[in-house]
Design a protein around this ligand. Structure first.
Ligand code: PLP
Length: 376
């Protein structure tokens, strides 16, 4: 059996090596290392894939979130509602911009922001909501957009983990996550569902004015070179990464299907186990399984993690400390939060290997060992 990895980007690369190497060579031959045809082509393909109004690429997913928030012209102290149960990037950029992150609970089934908690957290200072499509499952966007409309709030989707996820509205309309809020953000970090071989990110919007602004902010606040209209930053997708992503985007749906197959294998093996809750999939979305995350009850989760490590099976805890308990947020009243569901999940979740190259033999070994430990 091949050694098991949490993420196997190498085997995936070898299957598309010729195309990828050719794309990289073309960039080297063109000497267009920044911008150029590869970035333009990838941006266009990515926009078409999402059926988005506008797509703006940038340096990474964290920058995408930061630039998105910068484009909303918020004032210091304005409140931004976001889940505590997420990766640090989501909440960090809010604080970086001198805005106030307001942490709310997630739904323990979907791991995503709870709309009722959002409603309760709204104050006159609330200006935006940043839902996260965690682990590849969509947040309940229809309700979030409804709340945003009622209270005149912006919605910035953190789609770093859910590129390709389909969201079905009650009226039958289907959209890609990242194209539902005012701005959607994603990441091409290598382990993400559409991973580059370095950093990369993108923003999506259907609003032409916002699109223009996002583009300017990512480019030093300029529209005309050397004429700067606003404070921006330098955040761009480099041409070599664009060449790689241009190839990989064509395979994205097939990659998602491979993840879903692996998830189905896991689901079957763990079905109806009294101590294991397998990932829930809400009727409104497809799950793209950036992570395959179990909730364990009555199991020593950390002992399982160590047991699996001994059996050469990697597993991860995403995330061991929620935002409201991070030291960095001490100054943001983090100590005043009581997010019981978030804390409950933090103690019980475990993510198993999930990528496009998992083989049945490996999946069989992983599930057998997980059950061996839990049933002992
Ligand atoms: C990966 C990730 C980001 C940040 O993306 P980078 O490209 O690493 O900056 C933001 N939010 C979530 C939920 C992520 O998983």
């Amino acid at each position: 059996m091949k050694p098991i990895q949490m993420v196997d980007t190498k085997t995936q690369y070898l299957k598309i090596k010729n195309e990828v190497d050719k794309g990289i060579q073309e960039v080297l031959d063109s000497a267009a290392y920044i911008g150029g045809q590869k970035v333009a082509s990838f941006t266009e393909d990515l926009n078409n894939y999402h059926k988005s109004g506008f797509t703006i690429t940038c340096g990474n997913g964290t920058d995408a979130l930061q630039i998105a928030l910068m484009a909303l012209d918020l004032q210091p102290g304005d409140e931004v509602i976001t889940p505590s149960f997420t990766y640090i990037a989501t909440t960090e950029v809010i604080a970086l911009l001198k805005l106030k992150p307001v942490f709310v609970e997630v739904d323990p089934k979907t791991f995503c922001i709870n709309p009722d908690a959002v409603r309760k957290a709204i104050t006159p200072k609330t200006k935006a909501i940043v839902p996260v499509h965690l682990y590849g499952h969509a947040a309940p966007m229809e309700e979030i957009m409804q709340i945003a409309e009622e209270h005149n709030l912006f919605v910035v989707e953190d789609n770093a983990q859910a590129i390709g996820c389909n969201y079905a509205f009650k009226n039958g309309t289907v959209k890609k996550t990242a194209t539902i809020g005012h701005i959607g953000c994603t990441s091409f970090y290598p382990s993400k569902n559409l991973g580059a071989y370095g950093d990369g990110g993108a923003m999506f919007t259907n609003d032409a004015t916002l699109a223009e602004k996002l583009k300017m902010i990512a480019n030093h606040g300029q529209k005309v070179r050397y004429y700067h209209d606003m404070v921006g930053c330098n955040s761009r997708l480099d041409a070599i990464q664009a060449a790689i992503l241009l190839v990989k985007l064509k395979h994205l749906d097939e990659y998602i299907a491979a993840r879903q197959n692996a998830a189905n294998f896991y689901n079957k093996a763990f079905a109806n186990h009294p101590k294991i809750t397998t990932p829930y999939v809400a009727p409104y979305c497809s799950h793209v399984y950036h992570q395959y995350t179990l909730i364990l009850e009555g199991v020593n989760r950390d002992a399982l993690h160590n047991y699996l490590a001994e059996k050469k099976i990697p597993s991860m805890i995403y995330y061991p400390l929620p935002a409201h308990k991070q030291k960095v947020f001490n100054n943001f009243g983090a100590g005043n939060y009581h997010l019981e569901i978030t804390d409950w999940l933090t103690e019980r979740v475990i993510s198993l290997p999930m990528h496009t190259e998992l083989e049945e033999e490996q999946l069989n070994y992983i599930t057998t060992e997980v059950l061996n430990f839990i049933n002992q």
